[in-house]
Design a protein around this ligand. Structure first.
Ligand code: NZQ
Ligand code: ZN
Length: 389
């Protein structure tokens, strides 16, 4: 394993009823003005908004609403939230939603306490903290990104056509409330897309050096099998508490830094998807589902041992009578079959791209990461996009 330092400061409260049980106590330690941040209205339809506001009011808090956070949150929305937080002297941000709400809130927590150019100083390049961001607590309503247990915030700058993330330990939420029942109302497509995002995070870590015996790869295999099994169960029965709770915890385990320890990690596919998102505003998990099998067809021969292990251990492919390349390739095809089975798209056209989309411009804007088994070039990324169209 490679050397590492590990820290994760988010305190997690997990399980049915956890918001009712703990929220009032958790907000006590902060000032009176709580900024309640949420998305585009699902929390009002499923009753979560009423439950949370009742608790905040009973705790004597002034609620400052910051609503309308869009999927793929924009930098403009971050600045809107920061302005509100400053004007209203907010002492705690309470983000209620999925990854987009949580990411936007983390960026607001920095921007509310910083007078300079937040994009230039914290997203365009790694930032330096001479201050503490505004405290953030989150109530998770959709399983997927794992944003609830890390400092990562992926923001789209519409002006520069860049979607990018930074993971700042100082932005880890102070507390995260995870009630699996809150995810029952997530529409099937979003549930599946979030589920695939979890699988994708694990694969992005698993498919990277070192390939020798290490704890991370063994945990990653257990997590991948758990995601696959429970996603199938949640599709069969959206109110399956066991399935929903497993998926909710899988999301955290994939992105709470634990399985990244000692690994190089890849995340090239995430880089490609983020830039696609910057141009065509596609759904994150669905974008990954289109790209990942095609990307793996390009790189599996460079990471043959690990792709072979994936085929056998995750998909149960028999190695008998096959070459290493055939076994490894079968694992990638099993992944593509699973994506079809759960109803995610397989082409960029299904995400909204067409022949007018400037795939070259998008490919050229992608960051080339160091951790891939095969270092990409912008030409090869363009080739992948064209194969996906
Ligand atoms: O807008 P609302 O009303 O909240 O509706 C949302 C949205 O339409 C809906 N939803 C969420 N909970 C629901 C619900 N609908 C009904 N019932 C509920 N209980 O689901 C839709 C999608 O929500 P969103 O938050 O956008 O999805 P997700 O959690 O997949 O987050 C995606 C964002 O996170 C970023 C992605 O790039 C994307 O911008 N990521 C963040 C990461 C991180 N911070 O660590 C890592 C990821 O790789 C990812 O890049
Ligand atoms: Zn992701």
């Amino acid at each position: 394993m490679n050397n590492f330092i590990f820290e994760n400061t988010t305190k997690v409260y997990f399980g049915a009823g956890c918001v009712k049980e703990y929220l009032a106590c958790l907000v006590k330690g902060y000032g009176d003005n709580v900024m309640l941040a949420y998305g585009r209205g699902s929390v009002k339809k499923n009753g979560i908004y009423d439950e949370v506001t009742d608790i905040l009011k009973a705790a004597g808090k002034n609620i400052i609403e910051f609503s309308g956070i869009m999927a793929n949150p924009t930098y403009a929305k971050v600045l809107e939230g920061a302005k509100l937080a400053k004007e209203q002297n907010v002492s705690l941000i309470l983000g209620v939603g999925g990854g987009s709400v949580m990411d936007c809130c983390k960026a607001v927590s920095i921007a509310a306490r910083y007078e300079g150019d937040v994009w230039a100083d914290f997203w365009a390049r790694p930032g330096i903290f001479a201050f503490d961001p505004l405290p953030l607590g989150v109530i998770v309503t959709a399983a997927g990104t794992g944003s609830e247990c890390n400092g990562g915030a992926v923001i789209t700058n519409e002006e520069f056509k860049v979607k990018t993330g930074r993971d700042y330990p100082k932005c880890n939420p102070k507390f995260a409330l995870l009630d699996p029942e809150y995810t029952y109302s997530v529409p099937e497509f979003q549930m599946v897309s979030g589920g695939f995002d979890i699988l994708s995070h694990i694969m992005e870590i698993y498919f990277s050096e070192p390939d020798g015996d290490n704890v991370s790869d063994d945990i990653a295999e257990a997590l991948m099998k758990n995601v696959i099994r429970n996603l199938r169960a949640a599709i069969a029965n959206p109110q399956d508490y066991t399935a929903r709770s497993n998926l909710m915890w899988d999301a955290v385990m994939a992105e709470n830094r634990i399985i990244k320890l000692g690994k190089r990690t890849d995340f090239e596919c995430h880089q490609m998807e983020h830039q696609l998102g910057a141009y065509i505003d596609c759904n994150h998990g669905a974008g990954l589902a289109v790209l990942q099998p095609v990307y793996y067809r390009h790189i599996y021969k460079n990471g043959l041992a690990k792709f072979k292990r994936f085929a056998v251990n995750i998909w149960g492919i028999s190695p008998d009578g096959k070459t290493d390349e055939e076994i490894a390739g079968s694992g990638v095809e099993a992944l593509a079959d699973f994506i079809r089975e759960i109803g995610l798209p397989a082409t960029l056209r299904e995400l909204g791209a067409d022949t007018d989309t400037d795939l070259k411009m998008i490919a050229d804007s992608c960051t080339i990461v160091p951790g891939s088994y095969k270092k990409m070039t912008h030409e090869e990324i363009l080739g992948i996009f064209k194969e996906c169209l």
